[in-house]
Structure formats: structure tokens, C-alpha cells
Design a protein around this ligand. Structure first.
Ligand SMILES: Nc1ncnc2c1ncn2[C@@H]1O[C@H](COP(=O)(O)OP(=O)(O)O)[C@@H](O)[C@H]1O
Ligand SMILES: [Mg+2]
Length: 371
């Protein structure tokens, strides 16, 4: 009998995708095999408090936070594990073998949490600091893809600080770079289509820029293409593998927040009905992009397939993709022969493998003491 592992499942969080995270966590918690894992639920409130207790997810959904125990994780690896925060100080509560962050967006998927976990020397599911940060930042991601020869849609970056007095200069630069409308305007670091708009004129562009700039200091404007949206699931560490391709059919003009989470006309088609050579190309690009970003554990790679030219572009990589029973990430694996339970087992195994690789890394460099 293998020893049971203690898995901390972390969900909620301070990002705009708090509610989506709770839905993903519900699914992950239902899939984790309790014969193999002891599970500790840790919820993060919208204000950033870490809480544990009985049925944290259900309690968080009801908002009765005062029934839960405040906890914290210290950056000090000699004080590993979860600590309870009581009136009379900090007390060790539980050791965690692996932390499974089911947190989408800012403070979860963007490298910030990963920094804390690295400091704490904790094993965790998903990529490290750099992979998470690059996957989250659409502008840096696009530049990295260009450097790898992976096609991306043309884009121009604008800063919030330029938008006041020099808005006309920004508009001129965007129009010079992208030519004919429509464009897509997006906060550089966000997800779930929050702050994303499709703009068809210079006045729309002003509005779109100001809206996106509320969510981030940096805004990416891209050429708007007429595309099909193809997604691939990837998993692994140094030898990543890709699932079959799937297609999303947004119920609206584009895959907006509403189309993703509320519009019942939005559909997914698995496997995507695209030519086999196109599917193979997309899967190969997904693996190449994953490696280029130093991803680990899991990611979903999203592509655009131009309806007119047949050209393939990578749009983004999501390092903690939506993880509900009807989310693409697990569904693409199920269609590729990996059950939900196997998927979660593999993600935990990848987390432990990555931790072992880190532990094998030499930290000190001492010269021979001479004289
Ligand atoms: N350049 C583009 N051309 C056409 N559609 C786009 C473009 N960029 C984004 N979209 C549409 O907007 C949606 C959200 O944009 P995306 O960059 O994926 O942001 P998010 O990270 O919020 O998912 C996409 O799924 C797609 O429907
Ligand atoms: Mg997207």
C-alpha cells in the first residue's frame, strides 16, 4: 500500500475569476480519489484571507466565512506546511505533500503565488514563476512566440500612462500598426474575456482602450480576424504531450465572458472538425509553445484558425485552465483516453517530479578555501 498523500486544494482568490475558480474546485475535489489522497480544502476570499475547515467550498459559496479557520503558508521552508492563525499566534496545522492551486487569473495563475510556493519549497501543480507569468502576459507571450517562429496575430502594446495627454499618439500608432478595423483590445494580464472588446472605429478604440486600462497598466490591441477557435490540452514537464484538438463555438460575436459562462448557445466540438494535417500542426505548435514558456504540469493552448486563409495562430496559453466537468481541459483529455481521475493523478505526479528536480539543483557555490 502506498502512503496516502496530503493534497491542499487552493481556490477562490482575489482575481475577477473568483467565481470560476469555485466551479473548477468543485470538480477537482470531486475527482480526487480519497483512497489515495487526504484532501485539505483552502479557500481564499476575495479580500485575500486564507481559510480552511469542514466543507470550505460549500461554506465559501454561502459566504459564511466566520465559520472557517484562518490559515497561512510561510515563505520559510524550515516552517513548512499550513499554519493556523489564532489570537495567540501561529500554530502548525498540517503538512502538505502537494498544493493544487485551482486559482484562475491574477494572484493564482500569474507567477505571484508560485513565487511564494518556491520560497516555501512546496510541491505544487502547474508551472513555476516564469511559465506562469509569461502565460499570463499576452504581450510578452506574443513576443516569445514570435522569437520561436510560432505565428501570432499582429498586435500593438499601449500603456495606461500614455492614454491621458497622448491618446492621439496612441491611436495613430495602433492604426499605423494594424491598418483596417476591427481590432481586439485586451488587458495584457487577465482572462475570461474580462475587459476584452472588439472595436470597429477610432472612437470605439478609445473606449476599448480606456476600459481595458482599468484592468491593467498595459493593453494589447490586436488585428481582429475572422477565426475558428481551436484548443488543445497539454500536460507534462520536460516531455509534454498534447491531447486531441477541440473547437469552441461562441454563442455570440466573440467568446466574451457572457458567451463563456452564461450563453447556452456556446458549444464545444471534440474532436474539432478540422483537417488531420491542421490538427497535427496545432498539436505540435502547442507542445513547442509549452516548452518555450517553460511550462510544467498542465496548460491549455488556444489557437485561431483563419477562416479565409487557413492560417493558424497561437492566441494564448492558460496555465490553470477552466477545470469544471464541462471545461475543455479535462474533456479534451477524456477524448484522448485519459480519465478525470487519471488526469488528476498525473498532475500530482508531475508536481512531485518537478519538486524532486528542484531539490536536485545545487544552491551553494563554495570555492575551495585558499590561504
Ligand atoms: N485577434 C482576434 N481576432 C478575433 N477574435 C479574437 C481576437 N482576440 C480575441 N478574440 C476573441 O476574444 C476572446 C477572448 O480573447 P482572449 O485573448 O482569448 O482573452 P482571454 O484571456 O480573456 O480569454 C477569444 O476567445 C476570441 O473569441
Ligand atoms: Mg481566451
Amino acid at each position: 500500500m502506498m502512503d496516502k498523500l496530503t493534497i491542499g486544494v487552493l481556490f477562490g482568490g482575489r482575481s475577477g475569476e473568483h467565481a470560476v475558480s469555485l466551479m473548477s474546485a468543485r470538480f477537482v475535489l470531486s475527482v480526487l480519489d480519497r483512497a489515495r489522497y487526504d484532501v485539505i480544502e483552502i479557500g481564499i476570499t476575495r479580500r485575500g484571507e486564507w481559510l480552511t475547515g469542514e466543507n470550505v467550498l460549500a461554506v465559501m459559496e454561502s459566504g459564511a466565512y466566520d465559520r472557517l479557520q484562518p490559515v497561512t503558508l510561510l515563505p520559510d521552508p524550515t516552517r513548512a506546511g499550513l499554519y493556523r492563525l489564532d489570537a495567540d499566534g501561529l500554530k502548525p496545522l498540517a503538512q502538505l505533500d502537494v498544493l493544487f492551486p485551482v486559482l484562475h487569473g491574477t494572484f493564482g495563475e500569474d507567477g505571484t503565488l508560485q513565487g511564494l510556493l518556491e520560497m516555501a519549497e512546496m510541491a505544487y501543480v502547474g508551472p513555476g514563476v516564469a511559465g506562469a507569468a509569461v502565460g499570463m502576459d499576452k504581450a510578452i507571450f506574443a513576443d516569445l512566440m514570435r522569437a520561436q517562429g510560432i505565428p501570432v496575430v499582429p498586435g500593438v502594446l499601449a500603456l495606461r500612462s500614455e492614454m491621458g495627454s497622448s491618446m492621439d499618439t496612441v491611436l495613430d500608432r495602433v492604426e499605423a500598426g494594424l491598418a483596417d478595423y476591427p481590432y481586439f483590445v485586451k488587458p495584457a494580464n487577465l482572462g475570461s474575456s474580462v475587459g476584452v472588446s472588439k472595436v470597429k472605429s477610432r472612437s470605439d478604440l478609445v473606449e476599448g482602450l480606456l476600459e481595458a486600462a482599468e484592468y491593467d497598466r498595459r493593453v494589447l490591441v490586436q488585428k481582429g480576424l475572422d477565426v475558428r477557435e481551436i484548443e488543445v490540452s497539454v500536460m507534462g514537464n520536460d516531455q509534454p504531450i498534447a491531447s486531441v484538438c477541440g473547437e469552441v463555438l461562441p454563442g455570440e460575436e466573440f467568446y466574451s465572458y457572457n458567451a463563456k459562462y452564461h450563453d447556452e448557445r456556446s458549444r464545444t466540438v471534440i474532436p474539432a472538425k478540422i483537417p488531420e494535417t491542421t490538427a497535427e500542426r496545432i498539436r505540435a505548435l502547442a507542445v513547442k509553445a509549452y516548452a518555450a514558456c517553460d511550462m510544467a504540469g498542465l496548460a491549455r493552448a488556444d489557437f485561431f484558425l483563419d477562416r479565409k486563409t487557413g492560417e493558424v495562430y497561437i492566441n494564448e496559453i492558460n496555465t490553470i485552465p477552466g477545470f469544471t466537468s464541462i471545461s475543455m481541459y479535462p474533456m479534451l483529455w477524456a477524448a484522448s483516453g485519459v480519465s478525470n481521475a487519471d488526469l488528476v493523478d498525473k498532475l500530482i505526479a508531475y508536481a512531485l517530479e518537478r519538486k524532486a528536480q528542484r531539490d536536485a539543483t545545487r544552491r551553494e557555490f563554495e570555492r575551495e578555501a585558499s590561504a
